[in-house]
Design a binder for this molecule. Structure first.
Ligand SMILES: Nc1ncnc2c1ncn2[C@@H]1O[C@H](COP(=O)(O)OP(=O)(O)O)[C@@H](O)[C@H]1O
Ligand SMILES: [Mg+2]
Length: 217
C-alpha cells in the first residue's frame, strides 16, 4: 500500500504523515515513512539544493530535473523495494507535487512531466493520495511560523518566498488533479485543527485496509 500526502506549503502534510504512522504502528502493519525531495542519502543532497533560498537563481528546467533525479533514486532505492516487501509506504509529497509546482505553477508542459514520470515510475502509482486543501494564506501562515522556529542553519524556505499567486496556482493544480482521479485522491479540509484532519485520514485508511484484508482472506 502506497499512500502519498500532497498540498501547498504549511497545509500539514508532515504533521499528518507522523500522526498516521503512529496510528498504524498501533496495528501490526510495517510502516515506512519517507519524503520528497530527500528520501535517500543522495536525495538529501538534492533537497538542500532545491529548498535553500540561497539558490533563488536556480533555472526552472534544472529545478524540474533535480526533482525527477531525486525521485528516480527514491523509487529504486526505497519505495519499490519496500512495497515489494509488503510494507505500507507513507510518502510526504510525490509525483503530483511536480505536476503542480513545475507544471501548473511554473508553466512546464504537463505532458513533458508525464513523460518523465513514465520513465522514472514505470507504472508505479500511489494507491491513495491525501490532498490537504486549505487557503494559501492559512498554509503559508503556518509554514512561516515553522520556519521561524527552525534552527537558523536549516533554511528550507525557497518556495515559501514565492508570491501568493504561485501558491494559488499550485493549489488549483492539485484540485484539478484530484478531480481527474477521484478514486485515488481524497480531498481533506486542511483548515481544520490537527486532530480533526488526522481523524478524517485515519478513518479513510482504516476502512481501506479493512476492505483489502477482507478481499485477501
Ligand atoms: N491543522 C493545523 N492547524 C494549525 N497548525 C498546524 C496544522 N497542521 C500543522 N500545523 C503546524 O503548521 C506548521 C506546518 O505544518 P507541516 O506539517 O510542517 O506542513 P507541511 O509539511 O505541509 O508544510 C507546523 O508548525 C505545524 O505544527
Ligand atoms: Mg513538510
Amino acid at each position: 500500500m502506497f499512500i502519498t500526502f500532497e498540498g501547498i506549503e504549511g497545509c500539514g502534510k508532515s504533521t499528518q504523515v507522523r500522526l498516521l504512522a503512529d496510528f498504524l504502528k498501533d496495528g501490526t502493519a510495517t510502516i515506512l515513512v519517507t519524503r520528497e525531495p530527500g528520501g535517500t542519502e543522495i536525495g538529501g543532497k538534492i533537497r538542500s539544493i532545491l529548498l535553500d533560498s540561497v539558490n533563488a537563481k536556480i533555472d526552472s528546467l534544472t529545478e524540474l530535473l533535480l526533482y525527477e533525479a531525486d525521485r528516480a533514486q527514491h523509487v529504486e532505492e526505497i519505495i519499490r523495494p519496500c512495497l515489494e516487501a509488503k510494507k505500507i509506504v507513507l510518502c510526504d509529497r510525490f509525483s503530483d507535487a511536480t505536476l503542480c509546482y513545475q507544471g501548473y505553477a511554473r508553466g512546464f508542459d504537463l505532458e513533458l512531466i508525464e513523460r518523465l514520470h513514465k520513465i522514472i515510475l514505470k507504472g508505479l502509482k500511489p494507491d491513495m493520495t491525501f490532498l490537504l486543501d486549505c487557503p494559501v494564506e492559512i498554509g503559508l501562515g503556518r509554514a512561516w511560523k515553522r520556519i521561524a522556529l527552525a534552527a537558523k542553519n536549516r533554511k528550507e524556505d525557497r518556495f515559501e518566498r514565492e508570491e501568493t499567486g504561485f501558491h494559488e496556482k499550485v493549489r488549483q493544480g492539485y484540485l484539478h488533479l484530484a478531480k481527474a482521479e477521484p478514486a485515488r485522491f481524497h480531498i481533506i479540509d486542511a483548515s481544520q485543527d490537527i486532530p480533526a484532519i488526522h481523524h478524517d485520514i485515519a478513518s479513510i485508511v482504516s476502512s481501506r485496509l479493512k476492505s483489502r484484508n477482507a478481499r485477501t482472506h
